[in-house]
Design a binder for this molecule. Sequence first.
Ligand SMILES: [Zn+2]
Ligand SMILES: [Zn+2]
Length: 251
Amino acid sequence: MNKTILLHGQFNKFFFFILNFFFPLQCCNCRNYLPYYPVKHLCDKCENELYADICVVCQVCSKRAGLNNEAPYLCGDCRFKKDPPLKIISVAKYEGILKNLIHQLKYNLRENISITLARVMLDFLKLQKIQMNKYDAVIPMPISKVKKRERGFNQIEFICRKICGYYNIELNKKILKRKYHKKPQVALSRRERLINPQNSFELKKNSNIKGKSFILVDDVKSTGSTLYFASKILFDAGVSEVLCITLADNA
Ligand SMILES: [Zn+2]
Ligand SMILES: [Zn+2]
């Protein structure tokens, strides 16, 4: 090994040792203390548990593939569909460690959570072997101005930036916008909330996106209606393909 690299590595270790002395690293999930080097944000036990739920899934409907199926995978239902409807894939079910991390992502402004979830998302995408760079841009699901003010930033944007960096795709935060609602979502009745996503989105004026294809990223898919209506407005403007990717599926 090159001597300078060796020295550099030792310096790094020393640096993290000192840093860890003052700011000890804890597992994002179980809060156990972590070794100071190499820097990680999940302990081995939690990481293994989280990754046990990640596998090859159908590229259209996210159905889990059997152990013998290789990526890229299309399930029996989706293989013969000529025009597959909306494509929605999720890293895993909204439960356990993933649920805990996403919950913290929303309500805790800890960067380590974003880093951890971005890495999980990237590992999931690499496993699926999707041809990511055929897409023109990645769009983070826009959040309302009120929510942005409450949280300070859109955490999904951070994860999108990592995806864009890895696959060399453009990040587009401008095309899709949330409409401004005076009444916050929680104040709406269940019926109102169910029909509300329909008019929640609008496109940036004069955006020429005909024939383009996009990846839309959100944290949790529940009924899928938000993703559906966000995609619909893109399709209505002539977009040829939308792939929705979420961290978790709460269906
Ligand atoms: Zn842990
Ligand atoms: Zn399928």
